[in-house]
Design a protein around this ligand. Structure first.
Ligand SMILES: NC(=O)c1ccc[n+]([C@@H]2O[C@H](COP(=O)([O-])OP(=O)(O)OC[C@H]3O[C@@H](n4cnc5c(N)ncnc54)[C@H](OP(=O)(O)O)[C@@H]3O)[C@@H](O)[C@H]2O)c1
Length: 349
């Protein structure tokens, strides 16, 4: 990989104009960030270049994860940005614990590895990526199951969460986050944790608004951060099913995009920001990266447009998580506790 250089660019946005959210522990986070999951389409190097480009443009939130297999390369981008004058404290960096590291003794070493790979000194918010220890190989088919897959086990999960609490005490991470949680699992976590999670990363886009869970989280002082905010139009085929809908082809989104003279993707982001979640769109294309951040500063949606979009929820979950199931021929909905009960939950009392 060529040495990266952080450049001042004429079309950079003023990052201080991007609104911020204050988290329940008092820390501040920008209202939009850049995703770094390149799926099968882009190399780690492409994504690192995109992160550098995003930092140059004015992004100050970068959503990383060890299982995206690109933290070392993204670390080169951070190193270049800090050498070029960006202050560490002005960037909010996340990372996530992957499912094969749900063992207490592996958690802190894994956090230290992400810090070292990303070259950031500490992580602003560290997430548990999924509330299951069930691992799958990168790029595997949706029918694949981990050989030792188990249902949700609260004791095991809390033994992992306690290590995140220790990591806060040690100053390795500033805050804790959950990802792919459900209301039922969040209630248990809030019952038993010492340090509350400040962010919950969840799928959120106009066709999947998760209104009840979204409102519950906000009521508990947990800020939702929304993945697949554009409806992940180019996600891998293995993550597509026949009944999936497409946000950026929705007539309401198309109509509003025309009125604002922007791509429908940008309307999804404007909706997200005004609604109150933090979207983390992915792109490696400079014009898209720029217009995505600009969506937070200029030309917000009107009350009427917000209302219209609130009515196009199709309850269409795109990232169903089939590979984390623990039985053959199981319905993926078992992962999502839709009846408020944790399916096959272990050690929850
Ligand atoms: N916590 C989790 O379990 C989890 C799960 C999934 C994702 N994530 C995070 O969320 C991030 C975003 O999710 P995602 O990449 O799946 O979905 P997404 O952000 O909804 O969609 C990304 C795609 O949208 C298109 N796009 C982006 N900006 C655009 C613009 N201005 N105009 C037109 N098209 C635009 C691009 O497609 P083209 O490349 O074809 O132009 C891009 O690849 C990930 O990178 C990752 O950091 C987290």
């Amino acid at each position: 990989m060529d040495k990266m250089i952080f450049k001042k660019c004429d079309d950079a946005l003023d990052s201080t104009k991007v609104p911020q959210k204050e988290l329940s522990n008092g820390r501040k986070v920008p209202t939009l960030g850049i995703g770094t999951f390149g799926s099968d389409r882009f190399s780690a190097e492409d994504i690192a270049n995109s992160v550098l480009n995003a930092l140059e443009i004015g992004y100050r939130l970068v959503d990383c994860a060890s299982c995206y297999y690109n933290e070392k390369e993204i670390g080169e981008a951070f190193e270049a940005a800090f050498a070029g004058g960006l202050k560490r404290e002005d960037v909010f960096v996340t990372s996530k614990l992957w499912n094969d590291k749900h063992n207490p003794e592996e958690v802190i070493p894994q956090i230290k590895k992400s810090i070292e790979d990303l070259k950031v000194g500490y992580i602003d918010c560290y997430f548990i990526h999924w509330p299951f220890a069930n691992y799958h190989e990168p790029g595997c088919d949706v029918t694949s199951r981990a050989p030792n897959a188990t249902p949700y086990d609260h004791h095991r999960l809390m033994s992992v969460y306690r290590e995140l609490e220790k990591a806060v005490d040690l100053g390795l991470i500033k805050s804790i986050g959950t990802s792919n949680w459900t209301k039922a699992k969040m209630k248990l976590l809030l019952r038993d944790c010492r340090i509350k999670p400040v962010l919950n990363e969840m799928e959120l886009h106009p066709h999947f608004q998760q209104e009840e869970f979204f409102n519950y989280l906000r009521g508990e002082g947990i800020q939702p951060i929304g993945f697949c905010p554009i409806g992940s139009p180019t996600r891998p085929d293995r993550d597509k099913t026949e009944t999936d809908t497409c946000d950026i082809e929705d007539p309401v989104i198309l109509k509003i995009a025309k009125a604002h003279n922007v791509h429908p993707a940008v309307i999804c982001l404007k909706w997200a920001v005004r609604r109150g979640q933090i979207p983390i769109p992915f792109s490696i294309y400079r014009d898209q990266v720029l217009s995505n951040l600009a969506s937070t500063i200029y030309d917000p949606l009107t009350d009427e447009e917000m209302d219209e979009i609130s009515h196009i929820d199709k309850k269409c979950r795109l990232i169903k998580g089939q590979v984390f199931l623990w039985k053959d021929n199981q319905d993926w909905k078992d992962l999502w506790d839709e009846d408020g009960v944790i399916v096959d939950g272990r050690n929850i009392d």
